[in-house]
Design a protein around this ligand. Structure first.
Ligand code: FMN
Length: 181
């Protein structure tokens, strides 16, 4: 079993979510995949984490998870491009999507990114989830700071690691069920 976790991140917090998702899936696959199948790939699953900019072809994997930070209501360009470029391969694979963004009570939308309906229309997405994000004003560019001042957005880390772990376990359970079916 080979799983690809690909992410788009500007300031690193979505990359950390992707890493945590990969750890959760790996753990779920490793502890619950019994070894009666004499196939090393099932006994030792591989879960690879890549930035979408460097990510390999999804067709080389058995399942794919793709996530992006949300900026001004949209996924980052690199993540949108990856989905579009690999739409044919992704349409044939179990695919999970996540967005990371909402910061506490900020005035920014915590709904699905605005262009999501279009992005996912040809894909059989198992699930899409929105996780809270992280804002550290010191790491932002001037233009980004200006937006946040206008919206009176507070700094903070709103990533819910328990929710991220739970979602990852669900993906592993679903993949395990598929392997046994
Ligand atoms: C200029 C700016 C615009 C943002 N716009 C949104 C938005 O529209 N919706 C949202 O949920 N979060 C928004 N955020 C919050 C980011 O998505 C959040 O900080 C995220 O964790 C950043 O991920 P990264 O560290 O991987 O880049 C915005 C943040 C900045 C700085």
């Amino acid at each position: 079993m080979r799983v690809l976790v690909a992410y788009a991140s500007k300031h690193g917090s979505t990359a950390e979510i992707a890493q945590s998702i990969a750890d959760g899936i790996r753990h779920g696959l490793t502890v619950t995949t019994a070894p009666p199948v004499a196939d090393l790939e099932f006994i030792v699953p591989t879960v690879n984490v890549w930035s979408v900019e460097d990510a390999p072809e999804p067709g080389d994997f058995d399942a794919v998870v793709i996530g992006s930070a949300v900026y001004m209501g949209r996924w980052l360009h690199s993540a949108r491009s990856y989905l579009k470029e690999h739409a044919n391969a992704l349409a044939c694979l179990p695919l999970w999507l996540f967005s990371s963004g909402p910061i506490g009570t900020m005035g920014l939308s915590d709904a699905e990114p605005a262009d999501f309906v279009e992005l996912r229309q040809d894909l059989a997405v198992e699930d899409h989830i929105v996780f809270g994000g992280r804002l550290d004003r010191h790491s932002l560019h001037l233009a980004e700071k200006a937006v946040l001042v206008a919206l009176r957005t507070p700094d903070g880390d709103f990533r819910d690691w328990a929710a991220i772990a739970q979602w990852s376990r669900g993906i592993a359970a679903s993949l395990n069920a598929g392997v046994r079916a």
